[in-house]
Design a protein around this ligand. Structure first.
Ligand code: HEM
Length: 405
């Protein structure tokens, strides 16, 4: 590809309304559903905007998730390591078969529905304690700090065996890593700091591994099979710590404000808690907060939706565009908690589909059911158009959500 190649758009495209995808997605889907786009990294890639094309790409064996490969389409400038350490070995999300399947099998048992059910009472306790503190504290309160961030952070810390007392450190690293505004150097610094922290944590655990937490169990499992791999565990801890809190936190904030803005839909949930899970599915679809996580590059010449994608070309599966494709969802721009659409791609699709989705659903369900029943008069404390939505991050969400009651 040459530098002067013509593109139809440059990603990321801007949302005009905080509750809807960028309007340009519709134009692209109608006029040029598989088109060449420019990326902030300076690369050019294919953008997919139709649900079926995204699902086809994500389930094809001819696309790679190797984020270290120069062909991988990036939404930020590529990070270059400043030290002379060996390159970071990515966990799951950056792996391809057969290594990906093996690595996923090692850890999938930690995220089964049964495992999540066992966590339910503790998650409920965490949510209750935070809502007690909100009710006992001053009004208005920033829900992001008081509930959205601490709940999933505490849950993933306890699950992994990471001390929650370090939350300010890892949340700051994580927000820099996901920000589109910080420089590549700053992002790399955050990356190296978090990596060094987890390196030390895994080393400590290796000295005294127990069955009490996920990292301890993985260490014991590796020992039993004679395949001890320190770097592998650091990579896994890194991925799970970030993916485990940042995503769900943003969905808690976005879900709360959306339900408050749609009192008829909220009333349905309050009247029938059986409707909370379908509402969560709809919120996941409507926001699709990790929409460019579903990027890949082609490892062979392959046709998707009638377009030839050549080996080495990057593809961004714009899952938020796919989740608003009228061929997949009737009246896709409506927020309808009774839509019953579980075929959305907010958790991705295919081999890399979100490992933590059962956990995310359970956390969201407990938070919404408890929040709206214990603080029935909760309302957003500022006009919604003044809320700081995260237009500057790879994961969409809210920086702050002042609420009162
Ligand atoms: C609402 C919350 C969440 C959303 C929207 C979300 C979204 C996603 C998406 C779109 C992918 C696919 C990436 C790809 O195709 O390359 C993914 C993968 C992943 N997610 Fe999540 N996620 C959420 C919560 C979580 C939680 C709570 C955890 C962990 C506790 C988690 C762990 C992971 C992991 C480990 C992967 C990689 C799986 C693999 O490559 O095999 N996620 N997530």
């Amino acid at each position: 590809m040459t530098d002067v190649e013509e593109t139809t758009a440059t990603l990321p495209l801007a949302r005009k309304c905080p509750f809807s995808p960028p309007p340009e997605y519709q134009r692209l889907r109608e006029e040029s559903p598989i088109s060449r786009v420019g990326l902030p990294s300076g690369q050019t890639a294919w953008a997919l905007t139709r649900l079926e094309d995204i699902r086809e790409m994500l389930s094809s064996p001819h696309f790679s998730s190797d984020r270290q490969n120069p062909a991988f389409p990036l939404m930020v400038a590529r990070q270059i390591r400043r030290d002379d350490k060996k390159p970071f070995r990515p966990s799951l999300i950056g792996m391809d078969p057969p290594e990906h399947g093996q690595a996923r099998r090692e850890v999938v048992g930690e995220f089964t529905v049964k495992r999540m059910k066992a966590l339910q009472p503790r998650i409920q306790q965490i949510v209750d304690e935070h809502i007690d503190a909100i009710l006992a504290g001053p009004k208005p309160v920033d829900l992001v700090k008081a509930l959205s961030l601490p709940v999933p952070s505490l849950v993933i810390c306890e699950q992994l065996g990471v001390p929650y007392s370090d939350h300010e450190f890892f949340q700051a690293c994580s927000s820099k890593l996901l920000s589109r505004e910080v420089s590549a150097e700053e992002r790399m610094e955050a990356f190296e700091k978090l990596e060094a922290y987890l390196d030390e944590l895994v080393t400590k655990k290796e000295a005294n591994a127990t069955e009490d937490d996920l990292l301890g169990r993985q260490i014991l499992k590796q020992r039993e099979s004679g395949k001890e791999d320190h770097d592998d565990l650091v990579g896994l801890a890194f991925l799970l710590l970030i993916a485990g809190h940042e995503t769900t936190a943003n969905m808690i904030s976005l879900g709360t404000v959306t339900l408050l803005e749609n009192p008829e839909e909220l009333a349905k949930i309050k009247a029938d808690p059986g409707k909370t899970l379908p509402a969560i599915e709809e919120l996941l679809r409507v926001f699709t907060i990790a929409e460019t996580a579903t990027s890949r590059f082609a490892t062979a010449d392959v046709e998707i939706g009638g377009t030839l994608i050549r080996a080495g070309e990057g593809v961004v599966g714009l899952s938020n565009a796919g989740n608003h494709d009228p061929d997949g969802f009737e009246n896709p721009d409506d927020f309808d908690i009774e839509r019953g659409a579980r075929h959305h791609v907010a958790f991705g699709f295919g081999a890399h589909q979100c490992l933590g989705q059962n956990l995310a659903r359970m956390e969201l369900q407990i938070v919404f059911d408890t929040l709206f029943s214990r603080i029935p008069g909760i309302k957003v404390a500022v006009p919604v158009d003044e809320l700081p939505f995260k237009h500057d991050s790879s994961i969409y969400g809210l920086h702050e959500l002042p609420v009162t009651w």
